[in-house]
Design a protein. Structure first.
Length: 192
């Protein structure tokens, strides 16, 4: 007697074979940090400890302000919230106009120098081919007493276009919020 495989059997065996190949291919990879999470920075500690953190209003270029009007305020709000939740500082707030600061205060000044957030429509129709979203922030940390810059860093973050496609663009839209958390982690990590 001759046995033939039917279409259902070919489909089941083919699917099982593809699943085994894909599981085998993914088995040797190491775990990656989640989107928006940055590994702890390895920058040197500041020379002194600050008990207060005050932020200037964050700046950006005219083009970014026009294309992404809420990005800098979202980044700043995320930074302040993340620093407040750490409970490491006595005061975390916006710097008020003509407010006097002392030597125990760290002033944060930041400028978003480059930003691209892939739109939802582009992500839906283009998927991974719409590219990655990214943000670059020039960060200055200033001593409140001397008004001298104690640290200047260029921080950047980008998302994975493949992951953004599978997450329906949520990692694109959350980029300014995620960057605020990254800046908060950086400030906390360099504080002695």
């Amino acid at each position: 007697m001759k046995k033939c495989f039917g279409m259902k059997q070919v489909f089941v065996w083919g699917t099982a074979l593809l699943m085994m190949i894909s599981l085998y291919a993914c088995g040797g990879q190491q775990a990656q940090p989640e989107e928006g999470e940055a590994p702890p920075p390895s920058a040197a500690k500041l020379s002194k400890k600050y008990t207060n953190v005050l932020c200037y209003a964050f700046e950006t270029t005219p083009e970014i302000a026009k294309d992404y009007p809420d990005a800098t305020s979202t980044l700043q709000h995320s930074l302040l919230t993340a620093l407040q939740m750490k409970n490491r500082f006595n005061k975390v707030a916006m710097l008020k106009l003509n407010e006097r600061t002392k030597g125990d205060t760290l002033l944060v000044k930041a400028k978003v120098t480059d930003l691209r957030i892939v739109s939802g429509a582009a992500r839906m129709w283009g998927g991974v081919f719409a590219g990655s979203s990214y943000i670059n922030v020039n960060l200055q940390l200033i001593d409140g007493g001397t008004k001298q810059v104690v640290r200047e860093e260029l921080l950047d973050s980008s998302n994975n276009a493949w992951a953004a496609s599978y997450a329906y663009g949520s990692t694109d839209r959350s980029l300014p919020d995620d960057m605020g958390k990254i800046v908060a982690e950086y400030i906390t990590a360099i504080m002695p």
